[in-house]
Design a protein around this ligand. Structure first.
Ligand SMILES: [Zn+2]
Length: 308
């Protein structure tokens, strides 16, 4: 069944001031058999991976480097890899939290048509989710931009550390996407390994700003949306178009959309239901006890928004 031939469902816009509780979210999840789940950075913050945006949807920090800068300027590339070498130690060691485990459990119960994530940390797969589209790629893989060779990020990390012993002991604050703050450093002597096969430029296999999401991934996600009867957004402000587009398509087709997100989302006016709770606590509560050790319930009276 395609999106176009669905009967138009009654659509309720979000009205600020009204309260949506977690039980409302539970009813939403329980009353739809095949969810298209869309996740973002808010899903991974409790795994120690920082978020890009604040509760108002604005940048907390300068936007990440774009594709052309990376490809055209060796010094900027060195800066990227230096920051990434430091950031990877924590990023590569991040473990899934109750939000990832909860969504994996939802899939095991046969309720997930497809999970599409904007995150590049691979934590949904680590938690056991199988039907996953990594919209923006995976940071644990590195690709040669010339010959396409795909390498394990861990192996490249070893080479980076071998080439740059002086940078070894540096500490820096973690930043999103395995990045780290290393402002004010001279990156001209930072060694970046070339592709071992052809000598080409190695780039993390993630979609940089200024790059397009590969068409096959877009199509795979759209096909998942066609199999779904509702959309559940978890921990995304939907400010990036590559994720927002699916909510837009869903809303236009009359599919109900619920969002679990602490801040404003770009699609607030399209939501059937919005719950402003931390993803980890909410998913732990939603999927019941025993999800993982130490999972806690939600603060029932926390400030919640929305439902008409
Ligand atoms: Zn190559």
């Amino acid at each position: 069944m395609g999106l176009a031939c669905r009967p138009h469902l009654p659509f309720r816009a979000w009205e600020p001031g009204q309260v949506a509780e977690l039980p409302d979210l539970k009813s939403f999840v329980d009353s739809h058999e095949r969810l298209f789940v869309l996740t973002g950075a808010g899903c991974s913050t409790d795994s120690g991976i920082p978020d890009y945006r604040d509760a108002g949807g604005l940048w907390k920090r300068p936007p990440p480097m774009d594709f052309r800068s990376f490809m055209d300027y060796p010094l900027r590339r060195a800066r990227y890899w230096a920051r990434s070498m430091i950031g990877w130690r924590r990023f590569g060691a991040a473990r899934p939290n109750a939000a990832h485990f909860g969504l994996a459990e939802l899939e095991r119960r046969g309720r997930v048509a497809l999970l599409v994530t904007q995150n590049v940390d691979g934590l949904h797969e680590a938690a056991g989710s199988r039907r996953v589209v990594d919209l923006h790629g995976r940071l644990d893989q590195v690709r040669c931009m010339q010959c396409g060779l795909l390498r394990d990020r861990g192996a490249v990390q070893g080479e980076l550390e071998q080439l740059n012993p002086r940078w070894h002991g540096l500490e820096a604050d973690d930043a999103p996407d395995g990045d780290a703050d290393l402002e004010g450093m001279d990156f001209s002597d930072f060694g970046v390994p070339p592709c071992p096969r052809c000598g080409g430029i190695l780039k993390p296999d993630v979609v940089f700003f200024g790059e397009n999401v590969p068409r096959t991934r877009v199509e795979e996600a759209l096909s998942g949306l066609r199999r779904a009867d509702a959309v559940l957004v978890v921990g995304s402000s939907l400010m990036v178009y590559s994720g927002y587009r699916y909510v837009k398509v869903a809303a236009q087709a009359g599919l109900p959309v619920a969002a679990l997100n602490l801040g404003r989302t770009r699609a607030d006016d399209m939501l059937t239901l919005k719950v402003a709770q931390p993803c980890t606590a909410a998913l732990a509560w939603l999927m019941g006890p025993g999800l993982l050790p130490g999972a806690t319930g939600p603060q029932a009276s926390a400030a919640l928004v929305a439902r008409s």
